[in-house]
Design a protein around this ligand. Structure first.
Ligand SMILES: NC(=O)c1ccc[n+]([C@@H]2O[C@H](COP(=O)([O-])OP(=O)(O)OC[C@H]3O[C@@H](n4cnc5c(N)ncnc54)[C@H](OP(=O)(O)O)[C@@H]3O)[C@@H](O)[C@H]2O)c1
Length: 293
């Protein structure tokens, strides 16, 4: 069972409610796309730049980050996490082992919360490097986080306190909505749904654009209408209390054009196609976790 929380702003004042006299210090290991987006979201939500640090071996990434906000930047991971309450591991899965090894001493002495956003890297594999007492939240974000409209699945190990869970949620809320899951394998389902999901929508929109062109529209018109239609449909569904089946029924007049199209989708087994594709994605996520393990 997942509990989903909508983004309702960020830290300003919330650290006090959580018993801290100062905003938590958040350190990023890896200063690429995801780190930049989360830092941008944190700053926008009122988290002070002086309570953020980041490390990356690539000076250009650090420069780009300083253009977003005057955060402290380091080429050395350990230096960046020295005073951190929360450490975000925002590196590619292949370099996670090196990244966790580099911060293990600080995590053990400071008891910092570690949040990993790397796909397929399990809590057990991180705990093996960070120590058995490490509080770790594993997160599966998605690419719309880059435009502040992400959807992240979160799972916390049993070393994570209620306050640390709250902070993990607040950090990820800076770039979208968050959903907690109660077992780690559920993150594979989240990966198959929202992690890979943006690509499914791009594919569907691509197919709609191609079909619009085949029906005689010019490419620009077909693309503009398809994109606005997907945005409009999502907003309608998010902003209304009405369920998806009823929303669909309301655009499907008996004997009309939509009904003809929906019948064609159902006849061709669209639901089965989607279910099969998502199963394949979830299986691959589990397989990747085993390979990384
Ligand atoms: N992008 C997304 O929307 C998305 C969605 C879901 C999950 N994720 C996950 O989020 C993580 C970060 O993705 P991203 O798109 O932000 O990747 P990215 O742009 O490649 O950023 C990763 C950064 O980490 C740096 N790095 C490499 N080794 C390091 C080390 N040992 N210590 C510290 N930094 C190191 C890289 O430097 P170099 O370039 O010099 O190697 C790079 O600047 C990945 O694990 C990805 O699977 C991303």
């Amino acid at each position: 069972m997942a509990a989903c929380i909508l983004n309702d702003g960020f830290f300003s004042g919330k650290h006090m409610a959580a018993g801290l006299s100062h905003p938590p210090h958040i350190a990023f290991v890896g200063a690429g796309n995801m780190a930049s987006s989360i830092i941008g979201g944190l700053i926008e939500s009122g988290h002070p730049a002086e309570c953020i640090s980041a490390a990356d071996p690539f000076p250009v990434s650090l420069e780009r980050l300083r253009e977003i906000a005057p955060v402290a930047t380091y080429s050395d991971n350990l230096a960046a996490v020295q005073v951190a309450d929360i450490i975000i591991l925002a590196v590619k899965p292949q370099v996670m082992a090196a990244a966790t090894d580099s911060i293990a001493t600080a995590v053990q002495s400071n008891r910092s919360l570690v949040i990993s956003i790397a796909a397929g890297v399990t809590i057990a594999s991180m705990q093996a490097r960070l120590g058995p007492e490490a509080a770790i939240v594993r997160c599966m974000p998605n690419t719309p986080a880059l435009v502040g409209c992400g959807a992240s699945g979160l799972f916390a190990n049993d070393k994570t306190s209620a306050k640390q869970r709250e902070f993990a949620q607040l950090v990820l809320s800076a770039v979208g909505i968050t959903c907690w899951v109660e077992s780690e394998p559920e993150l594979d389902a989240i990966t198959a749904l929202s992690g890979s999901g943006p690509a499914y929508f791009f594919l569907f929109i691509e197919a709609m654009v191609d079909a619009g062109i085949a029906l005689g529209l010019d490419a620009k018109t077909a693309r503009t209408l398809a994109l606005q239609t997907s945005l409009g449909a999502s907003r309608m569904a998010i902003e209304s209390d009405v369920d998806l089946v009823e929303l669909r029924r309301r655009v499907t007049s008996p004997g009309g054009t939509t009904e003809r199209a929906i019948q064609s989708f159902e006849l061709d087994g669209l639901r089965k196609i989607v279910a099969k594709a998502m199963c394949a994605a979830a299986d691959r996520a589990a397989e990747m976790a085993r390979e990384m393990g």
